[in-house]
Design a protein around this ligand. Structure first.
Ligand code: PLP
Length: 456
């Protein structure tokens, strides 16, 4: 007999409020409103327990890259569970799917990156990053190089290391973060913080904050710089064109590792396999997760460049680090099948050549709406800035209220978009079809209209 019993929405909501502490949720709200219970999904659509069909403009949490309902992933998981549901990768052990997945990832990664360390999530991947980076410099005989420079409003996960590497003030306020040895510089968010500078000028200014911080701390203290190619959770912040080239110049001048957090941008989101390829970066480490299994099972990893891998392998001895579920055979089998689908169905090419140009041209038209100050995007990432005054970029008085209003109107009208303050963001499944993009944009327009009516 199955362990799953069917409950009504009201029963589920009552049990939920009574027992389930959700991530990133004000639990008191659940008592008043009840959680939205998502029951099933297919393609780019979700259905809630009341039967409402909702277009998932966020691919879950930026992760369902190949879309919902791919039975191939369920089948490989089932077969792998029968064959070998679990075994660990500690102490010289491995399992076939984990080995094959490591090889397949090395094939799509930049040429100088040939090893993968498996984890269970993006946050764990960034914990691994911290351990590896510091271990690397110890092995290089530079134990003073311990500090990691990150960016304000970056997101690198929710564990103690992940949240510390991230630059979210609301997260730092809870639990005395960041931990020592992590410092933050300003983000390259021109629309919100560029002031009177033009975007290119501001991009250079933001990049040079890295150089200033290295000079302040001393090169001999700095281990690495970590950044998302495009900040996702911070509000789909796309650096001005001058930013990454200047960061590259600075990193080449100083002996500091580059960690590019590919948890969102990896596996096709920008129309390249990795955001690093989109921006022509040469990372030493790339934390990954999400699109690695299209979210069908939890899995993450760190793709390790040859410089770090060779040092760890040649001089490191045993690395006292790893997780029970590192290289989990079922997750790895699902990851491998996900990668096969992405490759054989040429989904990354589809993003680059068709879906992204179409989505970007369609969402650009939203900039004509009176609430919208800027629309920006790369690949299948998009952001809509909501403002009171388009010309001055002045925001609405109560920060975040317009974003929340629009987001709630969207869900009620059959579209998931996320609100980061007063920025609406989107990241649909990579397989979204042109007619589904039309639907997404039409629904977004309608919600902006409804919000404008309510705001008067
Ligand atoms: N890094 C980035 C760039 C992310 O966007 C996220 C999650 O959104 C993480 C790390 C953390 O991943 P996880 O939630 O799987 O721990």
């Amino acid at each position: 007999m199955s362990s799953q019993i069917r409950h009504t929405t009201a029963e589920l909501q009552a049990m939920d409020a009574a027992h389930y502490l959700h991530p990133f949720t004000d639990h008191k709200d659940l008592g008043a409103r009840g959680a939205r219970i998502i029951e099933r999904a297919q393609g780019v659509y979700l259905w809630d327990s009341e039967g409402n069909q909702i277009l998932d403009g966020m691919a879950g949490l930026w992760c369902v890259n190949i879309g919902y309902g791919r039975t191939e992933l369920a089948e490989v998981a089932y077969k792998q569970m029968l064959e070998l549901p679990y075994y660990n990768s500690f102490f010289q052990c491995a399992n076939p799917p984990a080995v094959q997945l490591a090889k397949a990832i090395a094939e799509i990664a930049p040429a100088h990156m040939n090893h993968v360390f498996f984890t269970g999530s993006g946050s764990e991947s960034n914990d691994t990053v911290l351990r590896m980076v510091r271990r690397y410099w110890d092995l290089k005989g530079k134990p003073g190089k311990k500090t990691i420079i990150s960016r304000i409003n970056g997101y690198h996960g929710s564990t103690v290391a992940g949240a510390s590497l991230g630059g979210m003030s609301v997260m730092h306020e809870q639990g005395d973060l960041p931990i020592p040895g992590i410092v933050h510089i300003p983000q390259p968010y021109w629309y919100g913080e560029g002031g009177d500078m033009d975007p290119e000028e501001f991009g250079l200014w933001a990049a040079r904050q890295l150089e200033a911080k290295i000079e302040e701390l001393g090169e001999d203290k700095v281990a690495a710089f970590i950044a998302e190619p495009i900040q996702g959770a911070g509000g789909v912040i796309i650096p001005p064109s001058t930013y990454w080239p200047e960061i590259k110049r600075i990193l080449a001048k100083y002996d500091i590792l580059l960690v590019v957090d590919e948890v969102i941008c990896g596996f096709g989101r920008t129309g390249e396999w990795f955001g690093s390829q989109y921006f022509d970066l040469k990372p030493d480490l790339m934390p990954i997760a999400k699109g690695m299994t299209s979210g069908y099972l939890p899995m993450g990893g760190v793709i390790v460049g040859d410089r770090v891998a060779n040092t760890l392998i040649e001089h490191g001895g045993e690395f006292f680090h790893g997780y029970t579920y590192s290289g989990h055979p079922v997750a790895a089998a699902v990851g491998l099948e996900n990668l096969r689908i992405l490759r054989e169905e040429k989904i990354v090419d589809y993003v680059k050549q068709e879906a992204a140009p179409y989505l970007q041209s369609k969402i650009a038209s939203l900039a004509e709406h009176r609430l919208v100050g800027e629309v920006r995007g790369v690949g299948l990432l998009g952001a809509i800035e909501l403002v009171k005054n388009k010309a001055t970029r002045e925001r609405f008085a109560e920060k975040g209220s317009t974003g929340t209003l629009c987001r709630d109107l969207c869900v009620r009208n059959g579209l998931v978009m996320r609100a980061v303050g007063d920025t609406l963001i989107m990241s649909p499944p990579l397989v979204i079809k042109p007619e589904e993009i039309d639907e997404l944009v039409a629904k977004a327009w309608r919600c902006l209209d409804l919000a404008a009516e309510q705001l008067g």
